[in-house]
Design a protein around this ligand. Structure first.
Ligand SMILES: Cc1cc2nc3c(=O)[nH]c(=O)nc-3n(C[C@H](O)[C@H](O)[C@H](O)COP(=O)(O)OP(=O)(O)OC[C@H]3O[C@@H](n4cnc5c(N)ncnc54)[C@H](O)[C@@H]3O)c2cc1C
Length: 146
């Protein structure tokens, strides 16, 4: 089973969730906040409130970071029976335009099982600027590479 989390493992759950939150499963299930079923929130006056679609709905739909610490999150989970495929693809800066053109074309037809992040970095061993793609596919390597 898995829920929608962030794309890295070193940020927290609280800020990610109350801030919206996107991750590798977002194309399929939406933002982290979209799959939040319930939150327990402590107000400045010390009240402990349960917020969901029927209780304290104004806080459930609109609190964000601003109305008190959320001390419990209940999130939907989804079956993830198969392995996923990912990795790193690294390209030199002159390929920026063709890379973005290809990514834009891919995005037009990408299924909910596919997503990607493209960023610029100076990775080892050379520590010079590079274009880096992290692809994600919810399925086998064979299917992903197609
Ligand atoms: C390297 C990196 C990668 C990232 N990747 C992603 C990504 O893939 N997807 C994405 O959506 N975002 C991403 N982010 C942004 C990240 O989700 C936000 O920075 C988020 O706020 C981190 O959550 P946190 O719990 O660590 O927040 P904190 O930095 O601890 O807090 C951020 C804000 O949230 C409030 N807050 C935190 N916990 C609670 C709580 N329990 N109740 C109420 N308010 C709370 C804090 O008061 C503060 O205002 C990334 C950030 C970094 C640095």
């Amino acid at each position: 089973m898995a829920t929608v989390g962030g794309t890295v493992n070193h940020t927290g759950v609280g800020g990610l969730t109350v801030g919206g939150g996107y991750g590798w499963l977002t194309p399929q299930y939406g933002l982290v906040i979209d799959i939040l079923e319930e939150a327990e929130l402590v107000t400045a006056s010390g009240n402990i409130l349960t917020c969901n679609e029927t209780e304290n709905t104004n806080l459930f739909w609109g609190a964000g970071h601003n109305f008190g610490p959320v001390t419990s999150f209940t999130l939907k989970v989804f079956p993830r029976p198969n392995p996923i495929w990912s990795g790193l693809l690294v390209y030199p800066p002159p390929l920026l335009t063709p890379l973005f053109d290809a990514a834009a074309k891919w995005a037009e037809t990408a299924s909910a099982d596919e997503s990607t992040i493209i960023f610029m970095a100076c990775p080892p061993p050379a520590f010079t600027p590079r274009l880096v793609i992290i692809p994600f596919y919810n399925g086998s390597a064979e299917e992903a590479k197609k």
